[in-house]
Design a protein around this ligand. Sequence first.
Ligand code: GCW
Length: 710
Amino acid sequence: MIHFRITFILFFFILISLTFSTKSLADDGYRLWLKFDPIQDETIRKSYIQSAEFIAVSPNNPHLRVAAEELQKGLAGLLGVTVPIVNLSIAGKTGIALGLIIPSYKGPRPENEEGYMISMASGNVSIMANQNVGVLYGCFALLRNIQQHLPLKTALGVSSPKVKLRMLNHWDNPEGPIERGYAGSSLWKWYDLPETVDPRYRDYARANASIGINGTVVNNVNASARFLTAEYLHKVAALAAVFRQYGIKTYLSVYFAAPKTLGGLKTSDPLDPEVRQWWKDKVKEIYQIIPDFGGLLVKANSEGEPGPQDYGRTHADGANMLAEAIKPYNGVVIWRAFVYKADPKADRFKAAYDEFAPLDGKFDPQVMIQVKNGPIDFQPREPFSPLFGNMPKTPLGMEFQITQEYLGFATHMVYEAPIFKECLESDTYVQGKGSTVARIVDGSLHNYPITCMAGVANTGSDRNWTGHPMAQANWYAFGRLAWDHSLSSEAIADEWTKMTLTHDQPSVKKISNILLRSRDIYVNYNTPLGLSRPWTGSHFAPEPWQNRSSRPDWTAIYYHRADSIGLGFDRTPNGSGALGQYRPEVQKQWNDPKTCPLPYLLWFHHIPWKQKLSSGRTLWDELCFRFYTGADSVKWMQKEWADVKNSIDPEIHANVAGRLLKQQKEAIWWRDAWVLYLQTLSKQYISTPYIKPERTLEEVQQSVNVYLMR
Ligand code: GCW
């Protein structure tokens, strides 16, 4: 009893001091969602303390040590106690046992190597898996449960990842800048590596493992051949050594012309025997340096990158050459389908399908094709890529973009889970109703032997990793959905908010609600009704008038097709015919402008300005409605955010509040740019209740020019 009292008093002091220290020390966001601050709810805390007198690990399994240490660290913060890691169970006490499931075990077990099972018997909790890494995931799952202040019983059960390769793609360049990165420069300090290994690499790995990410491509798909030199491979190996402890494999993007530029060969033709040998030797060297290397990611014949077509060969010829080299090591070749040519008559929408669908069945089994969620390029809202469902014999992986290239960089708050879910839940109808993109990506529809979901990372050297504090939720949501695409955007927003920002229930609700509405708000003021804007330039400032470029598909007018008659890209059989790349059931949803859902309308139809839409408004009025309410809704976000001020850390609150102020200004900038520009063609009035922008089109254009000058 006395012992208990002392422990309790001690704990009380620890709790008080931790509470004070977290209050006085501003939160810089570095810890992400792995915040193991003390639990205030006594009942929950006690229930865990009772079952956590020790963590038992088999002494023969050193790999479980990382899992045990992570659990220990988490419990220390959350429960305020140091739970010893022991080798054997201690009689009379209850604890958490970590281990591998024995083959003869008859009960329910995880479906694959990485899944885990959390169970409880006689007060003892066990986290078991088929492989060590599953135990690590199970430990993070238990911590996640405690962090949300949920009772132990909600953590019990079996969970297995639905997709095999759950990876981040870093578009990091060797000198430090990140292509489309908005959170500082690269995390990888190439100059210092391999001798100096920044402790931050470990924190990066922990964060990824905590949400089930098991692969990382460390360099940009616009790849430098430098990464294939022995010098750089050793640097990459030093990163891989850290990542591997957390179940993460390392991959590299490769420059297709490396045999020529690096190897000094006369060609990089994939059918040339010397070139093939060069790759074989190179891959062998990679595996000598990084024995568990994951594989190669390739951007070829896209946006000026070299590729097999430079030699009159196909994507399959190129990919299969690399597959031949990597096969002995069981690595994979991930070949990207992001291709489009500078053809003024072509529709960029159709390009990936046209080039890749005919190649189905021609790829080596070691190859998978990585397809962006939409046919164009990570737009705020895109229909799903028609390639999904049309390559049943070739594993197709999903490429999402977590970094906010078209979503307002690190200034605008846009929660991306709804973007990912919208695509994953789209029905391709390739094998009848219910043939969702998710079922293609998880391999269940076409029995793909390898499956992959990749996210273009939004991490950088900023102290809080992602620039915008709320963008951490996008990294988190990506990992959670790659593990289990059936999770809802709401559930993910809710758990992230609790783990990262606050446990105050009304505030959690408010924050989740802002997150959930943020994407539609952004679309409204940025690209409503199916507009898109992947033209060159900043990808940030509005330039719908931009009509000059070295290629037609790098202008704004190519995409929105605004003229005196109306707006939108006709992709029906009367137009580019791109709709024909989808199954008839999908075409039916979109091919009639009268019934096409408004969010997709201008993706597929050129609509006259004065045409009445299903909303009862004319196209012009609907556009005004969206642009104005979108920009106005940012004020609503600000108000809601102000309401949660007292329940979250002041530094994070102020940071987000500042960004929301900017976002509001920029939302109006976007609104004004579009409305004033389109008005020159539509010749329509901005009708009440909306008020004509205070500035002229010329003034907006001038402000954009100034922005671009920077
Ligand atoms: O969205 C475009 C980006 C490029 C990127 C390319 C790609 C890495 O603007 O910066 O290049 O997509 O996905 O290859």
